[in-house]
Design a protein around this ligand. Structure first.
Ligand SMILES: *Cc1c(COP(=O)(O)O)cnc(C)c1O
Length: 234
């Protein structure tokens, strides 16, 4: 692995492709979300020049600055991968192609209202606390069917799938059961055939475990460190 961005990108892409092929999946169905939180704009420009098209940020304000700075690059897509605070809802609606981490019904309801006021539909994913960790955000697997049904009635939002962050584990294999669980939960929710809800996206897998996630069906992998190197602490 080289130490320039292009060779890291090539490496990550090759690993995604191999993981997809191992699972008999089309690698074209996996979108690389380059997680650029805390990465300075010059490095995002380099990433965009190398062909990165989808960037993931976890703060609305930081994302705003970067969108401005990179607006000369055509075809970029911005995703919010972190949880959305109530006071940022209006600022986020319509700004991001996808919100990965909607974790409360109240957030979805506010998003719905803000989106309808602006005459648009906001695409979202529901974050699921797959391992039932006390410290983690997300819906419990048990409440997923009920909340998904409620959200189907909200015309300002469109639920496109699920997202999860499994417990931090040393070995990537440890995450596999959680990824598999998320895929099954999405299939169960899909089977409810709720109008306006399509469970086609699975946002799962980060630098340490994305190959396992791709093997288990990820359609969006959120990768920061493996592309940009370690982030400054704090
Ligand atoms: C920071 C972050 C990532 C990227 O993590 P890496 O381990 O650096 O790849 C992915 N998803 C979320 C929600 C994050 O906050």
């Amino acid at each position: 692995m080289g130490d320039d961005f292009k060779s890291r990108l090539d490496d990550v892409r090759a690993r995604i492709e191999r993981a997809a092929r191992r699972a008999g999946r089309d690698p074209g169905c996996v979108t690389l979300v380059a997680v650029s939180k805390s990465v300075p704009v010059e490095r995002l420009r380099e990433a965009a020049t190398c062909g990165c098209r989808v960037f993931g940020e976890n703060r609305v304000q930081e994302a705003d600055v970067k969108m401005e700075a990179l607006n000369g690059y055509p075809g970029l897509e911005w995703h919010l991968i972190g949880p959305l605070q109530m006071n940022k809802i209006k600022a986020a609606v319509g700004r991001f192609a996808l919100l990965h981490a909607v974790d409360r019904l109240e957030v979805a309801e506010r998003l719905d209202r803000a989106a309808r006021e602006r005459g648009l539909t906001q695409a979202i994913l529901l974050e699921v606390n797959v391992a039932g960790e006390k410290t983690k955000h997300g819906f419990t697997p048990d409440e997923l069917a009920r909340v998904t049904e409620r959200m189907g009635a909200l015309k300002g939002i469109r639920v496109l799938g699920l997202m999860a962050i499994p417990p931090a584990a040393g070995a990537p294999e440890k995450a596999r059961p959680h990824f598999r669980r998320l895929r099954m939960l999405a299939a169960e929710a899909q089977a409810l055939k709720i109008p306006g809800v399509t469970m086609r996206e699975l946002s799962m897998g980060m630098s340490g475990d994305f190959e396992v996630a791709v093997e288990e069906g990820a359609t969006l992998v959120r990768i920061g460190t493996a592309l940009f190197g370690p982030r400054p602490v704090g």
